[in-house]
Write a protein that binds this ligand. Structure first.
Ligand code: HEC
Ligand code: HEC
Length: 326
């Protein structure tokens, strides 16, 4: 299920041990009774599907290409060194790795994060603005059409407005950080289990300009407003997906600790920044109650800076309120 090139790199870095490690079973949380369990189609299925017109296939494949290699738009729509697929593994279809297709069957709907009804395009724009620390392509553009087509095709045969979806999102560990989870423990886990790929300072690794291991913090990573900046989201993602090739080896406590460690490092500013980190934390407390933004670590107030990473602006225009009051 992992792209071959990544597996190859992992093998290069970790030696033959990785093949053995890949056999460690992934203990994903079980589906609950009454939940809809989806089997998203593969590219093979797409090529064989006689019902889908060739013109549409082309657009779906374009959307997939943008999703898998969003870095081709670095400096235009993406200012981090991340691509969509880095957090939505298995081409966006893996359970407990934020499968993306549910957005196509459950939107438009109200979203607490921005307090209004969102379309699929706006949801995609959210991940551009926060997760990729970027600027979304224009609504209605060819790129948005292609990305929407990819999401919608992955949802093939799924029921519309079904919300009891097995494996949706990431948060299998719940939202509350267990007591007695410590930063120092997280640092130990990080150096032992993650640094080999993501680098000692979370910077990731690129070879000849191509990202091999994505950065976890610093200027090239997701910004303070990204869903992954919430400790619980990262903890669950890490528990079910990392270390790459042997997910499931971390205990719940180690997953929480390392998520706390990663998300207590600096990263580009939240695009919703008001100029004062404590004020911004308060204003978006429904989100930031789960992040370390605006809290102190070793006497330093996290997020109190004007650094937007490689992005030459703070807030993309696409992030705007909508009201239907007129
Ligand atoms: C840094 C990690 C990260 C990257 C990179 C990322 N996302 Fe996400 N994405 C998330 C998280 C975390 C959530 C869940 C957010 C939440 O719970 O509010 C999410 C949610 C989504 C959803 C909603 C899924 C649902 O269940 O409704 C879609 C669609 C989506 N992302 C698409 C994209 C696209 C398209 C890109 C690239 C343009 C992208 N994401 C890049 C982390 C990421
Ligand atoms: C063998 C190499 C390897 C190891 C070890 C590893 N990762 Fe990853 N990690 C990756 C790769 C590659 C991706 C992107 C996956 C993809 O695109 O399919 C990734 C993605 C991620 C992401 C989402 C993308 C981003 O940059 O934010 C997070 C968070 C993450 N890893 C955290 C961790 C943590 C924490 C550990 C240690 C417990 C860890 N990883 C261990 C290779 C690794």
């Amino acid at each position: 299920m992992r792209p071959f090139s990544t597996v190859l790199w992992v093998a290069v870095i970790l030696g033959s041990g990785v093949l053995h490690a890949a056999e460690v079973p992934v203990e994903h949380p079980p589906f609950e009774k009454g939940q809809y369990v989806h089997h998203a189609p593969t590219v093979d299925d797409l090529m064989k599907d006689q019902e889908i017109k060739p013109q549409l296939k082309k657009v779906i494949l374009k959307g997939r290409d943008i999703f898998m290699n969003t870095q081709q738009y670095r400096g235009k729509y993406v200012f981090s060194r991340l691509s969509c697929k880095n957090c939505h593994l298995g081409e966006g279809r893996l359970n407990w790795s934020g499968p993306i297709w549910p957005a196509a069957t459950t939107l438009p709907d109200y979203r607490g994060k921005n307090g209004h009804v969102n379309s699929l395009e706006e949801r995609i724009a959210g991940c551009f603005s926060f997760s990729l620390n970027g600027k979304p392509p224009e609504y209605g553009s060819d790129m948005m059409l292609a990305l929407s087509a990819y999401h919608q095709w992955l949802a093939l045969k799924a029921p519309v407005y079904e919300t009891h979806i097995g494996g949706r999102g990431y948060s299998s560990l719940g939202k509350d950080i267990p007591k007695d989870i410590h930063y120092v423990q997280g640092e130990k886990v990080y150096q032992a289990q993650c640094a080999i790929c993501h680098g000692a300072t979370g910077q990731g690794k690129s070879v000849e300009g191509k990202v091999v291991f994505p950065p976890l913090w610093g200027d090239d990573s997701y910004n303070w407003g990204a869903g992954m900046a919430r400790v619980y989201t990262a903890a669950s993602f890490i528990k079910n997906n990392m270390p790459l090739g042997k997910p499931g080896v971390l205990s719940d406590r180690d997953a929480w600790a390392v998520a706390l460690y990663v998300n207590s490092q600096e990263r580009p500013q939240d695009p919703r920044y008001t100029g004062d980190v404590k004020e911004t934390r308060e204003k978006y407390f429904n989100f930031h109650q789960y992040t370390m933004y605006g809290t102190e670590r070793d006497g330093v107030l996290l997020g109190q800076h004007d650094n937007t990473g490689a992005k030459p602006f703070l807030k993309p225009d696409a992030l705007r309120p909508r009201t239907f009051d007129e």
